[in-house]
Write a protein that binds this ligand. Sequence first.
Ligand code: ASP
Length: 370
Amino acid sequence: MSLIVCKFGGSSLADAGMFVRVNRILRSDPARRYIVVSAPGTRFPGDEKITDLFYRAHASDRAGDHSILARIFARYAAIRDALAPDFDLEGEFDRIENELYLSLDYAASRGEYLCAKLFAAYAHMDFVDASELLFFRANGGVDVDATVEAVRRKLLPLGRAVVPGFYGAAHNGGVRTFTRGGSDVSGALLAAALNAELYENWTDVDGLFTADPNLVHQPARNLVVGMDQMEQISKAGAKLLHPLALRPLRGTGIDTLLKNTFSPGSPGTRITERPVPPVRCVTGQPTLYMRGDPAEPESVRLCELPLQGSVTVASVNAFGLTDAQIRRVVREIKPIHIIHMRDYVQIILPEKEYESTIRAVHAILMDADA
Ligand code: ASP
């Protein structure tokens, strides 16, 4: 029977209406049998992610303040009341309140845990806790053998299930999380272990564009990108996928399809290990290095640059610039520095010029006559 693992990000599950959308997407293809969920994300500009609230709840709980937990409860209660009235949210919160002190990772993981449990109740699917499936070693790496064995043993007999992303069992028995955005890694681990035919990663954008559509007017979409390049693009600053998300899929032949929960019919971007031509794209990090921070080796390297005082710099990373286009970037943008990486160029500039530089570099990148 065909098998697709789907991961849904926080904005895809931000409220009851989004739960309904996700369920519709699942039901529209019976192969979408295993789903990994993030914690509810932001619903509107300025809203808070549940994971951020849980991090803060852990700190304020120590000071005896339960008001943040009450706000988290209200977010889940609105979903429960609309979609799964029999779900015992009060019981779950009693337990979480009593155990919140356990660790920061435990607190942070509760966003995904509750989201998965609630979604499973609403969609009438089995819930399987990630701490029974995903195992970390003492050094923070994933114990792949134990994880593959548990995922197959526990999930395959169920046929369909909902699993919380972002965390697993720590080597000492507690809960351990990945770094932020780590549900992408959880989804990939499941897809690899279950030998899925496809890993669908559902977010709130249509895929990989030539630049961030929030910064550049109507960039072009890349329909296919190679796995190596996507990994580099993620490391270079694109927020589409966790930089480690593709690793579990190496050598498996499983493609990742970036899809948009808000427009399920659009084709998205396929990430594949098959040889495909490199894509063009501009990404970056708005505040990359503080000059001379010894904890940041990169910033020490940048100390050698002709920077005055303590300047905060950003990097705009461009894939696919021709030599002529690089010369044009130097001439027209006059960056502080350009570093030639193996597969892309890193354009260093004062942080306040970040957005305008993204737009300027994108214009040069797309200008075939440059
Ligand atoms: N909810 C976590 C975060 O906000 C993990 C994830 O979404 O993948 O980073």
